[in-house]
Design a binder for this molecule. Sequence first.
Ligand SMILES: Cc1ncc(COP(=O)(O)O)c(C=O)c1O
Length: 481
Amino acid sequence: MKSSLQHAFNPEEFRREGHKLVDLLTAYLTDCREAIAMPVLPPSAPDEMERYWEGELKKQDFDLQQFYTKLITQSNHIHHPRYMGHQVVPPAPLSALTELLEALLNNGMAIYEMGPAATAIERVVLRWLAQRLNLPASAEGVLTSGGSAGNLTGLLAARQAMCGYDIWEEGSHDEAPLALMVSEEAHYSVARAARIMGWGEKGIVKIPVNGNLRADTRTFNQTLQKARKEGLRVIAIVGNACTTSTGTYDPLDEMAGFAKAEGLWFHVDGAHGGAAAFSEKYRHLVKGIELADSVVIDFHKMMLTPALTTAVLFRNGSHSYETFAQKAEYLLVNGKKQAWYDSAGRTLECTKKMLGVKVFAMIKLYGDKIFADYINTTYDLGHTLAGMLKRESGFELATEPDGNIVCFRYIPLEFRGDADALTAEIRKAIIAEADYYIVQTRVNGKTYLRVTLMNPFTGISDLTTLLGRIRNSGDALAAKN
Ligand SMILES: Cc1ncc(COP(=O)(O)O)c(C=O)c1O
């Protein structure tokens, strides 16, 4: 055997380097837990960063631990309490450790034989989740890689179930073009799924939102009738739990009632906020999720698990077998139409990561309580921040937050210039200082700063300091204009 292969598969080297890596990550986690001052997102430019790594690739020498250290330094530090950017969770450290096991075992999951334990674990985890959402015993589903793939999976099932013929086999031959209804605030993956299914822009019938940015119940009927008049065949309505931009929950129970009355499939995009079902305090936000025909929940958003791990649940589990009904003689050999244990027949992926394993470990290590505690802590923090913003002069909220996503802006009292440009400049200044990572969004045609409180160890003092920095930057920038 070639010596490079002997070297690469040396168990002793794995042990040695592994221990060093765990020590390195432990030091990193400790720094984050102690909130030591560090650039949360070290400022960098994409082209410069590429040149750096191009140079590293060309170098003769290489030290694995130095590489790890450099990578940590240059990355976005999600575990730092002043990370408040996009909706990616700081994973519970032991769930990342479990992922190492998954990576090394590398069971491909396409069929039972390629991941026996992980296949059974996936099913057990999905049943556990379905029960927590109060879905009926008939519910079943799959784990897949991300909310975008999850929404596509759910909506493909909706299309197959609702179009009235076997569209998966026969291709599309509808007299009226198919469409779905969703609020104009939905994540783009819903519209993208409609486009992937060939429905185009017209296949996305937008439901207007009310003043709180929720899908406006009063417009449902009118929106549907108008779409029908225009010749569309609307087969589904999608509820956001919650929206990406402002974290707003649609009225799911009213959507469910409307879907039932009109014979529509009801899909819930709970990628971010479906996990509110674990919290007694915030469960009311997802009232009606139990009536969904399909639900998507990302474990890597509000369930403390490394990306990507997404649950797609179907109220009637048999729908999950129709979505990707695939003939693959070399792979799916058991010939049974509904073999729950051959996941390639039910997911977008063929080879798939052992997605349920780290979720299983989390449930067993910490119980349901950790998910409730995480939702309560971060959602409470969102409300605390909203309260602080209301008390501070010059700050305005885009909308009252439902949870841990808070959008706001700062306009100095005497400022008469372009508030959108000022807000974007403030964000740039905050990012350049690198003590915080925050993002921005557009709400009702205006630019706002956007903070997602993903870190349960973010404290009130972190928020107070942030608002002070925003005020100082805003005042300094306004004075220049
Ligand atoms: C509401 C919602 N749905 C879907 C997605 C897409 O999820 P993913 O990034 O896991 O593909 C997101 C991502 O932010 C989201 O917020």
